[in-house]
Design a protein around this ligand. Sequence first.
Ligand code: NDP
Length: 285
Amino acid sequence: MNSVTVIGLGPMGQAMANAYLDSGYEVTVWNRTAGRADALVARGAKRAESVEAALTANELVVLSLIDYAAMYAILEQAPSAALSGRTVANLTSDTPDQARQAAAWMAERGAVQITGGVQVPPPGIGQPEAQTYYSGPEDAIEAHRSALEVLTEIDYLGEDPGLAALFYQIGMDMFWTGILSYVHAQAVAEANGISAERFLPNAVKTMDFRYFLEFYAPRIAAGNHEGDVDRLAMGVASMEHVLHTVEASGVDGSLPAAVLDIFRRGVAAGHGQDSLTSLMKVLTR
Ligand code: NDP
């Protein structure tokens, strides 16, 4: 019978443990707050009584924790020998440097780390087309391909254990900024009596940036920041209109004000007649 250990039972770890149970795996679970395992145990998961027991139960250990500090706080509860011979699929978010240090820390204890960055929310686990960035030793990923694919498809990036974390964080840079822009715009909409249901179709259209990404990416790659389609000076004027509208609606303007500040710095650096993409030069220290 296939078997796996899942450590960390937040919404994501719970979704993962459930996906393994759905696929007929023998699943051992451990969580700092033990009660979070109750529903999984009721479905047939085994509750490990210690971190050591969780680690030694299976060769493949999936970690889903808030950050790597939580990972060390947990793994250091077990003797280091408990990690020996394990493959640790670390699906915990943190920085590329943390991922590289953790891979070395695991190697010192005889374990292999596969770094992962899950690209879907918990309901996406086990669903078609869900993907996770992976990096680290390709042979370890291949050896566990079928188990990893219970969760999501594998988007393998390379041997560097930091690479999956890097791609994940770049994505989260876009995600948090983008999704906050939606929350902010909806606050302005509500302040003007426009419900979330009413605004939804417009919001969906506006958030579809595919055309812009496919237009700008080759130009960025070619170093072309020509202002033939959009000029940063136009962007400044537009953001001023946005900020005035937001403030007149009684909504906090700090988010559009931050965008306007970056646009103005671009103009001050001489890019008023260049494209928005010229801001990369202003943003890169
Ligand atoms: P959290 O990021 O809140 O992680 C919760 C888990 O971390 C729980 O098991 C919690 O234990 C544990 N934990 C937190 N602090 C400590 C600590 N000091 N010591 C020991 N354990 C600790 O929830 P999620 O499940 O949502 O996320 C897990 C990972 O998945 C994160 O890295 C997140 O970035 C990533 N992710 C999440 C997505 C989402 O939409 N939720 C999407 C993609 C990735 P306890 O139950 O005891 O508090």
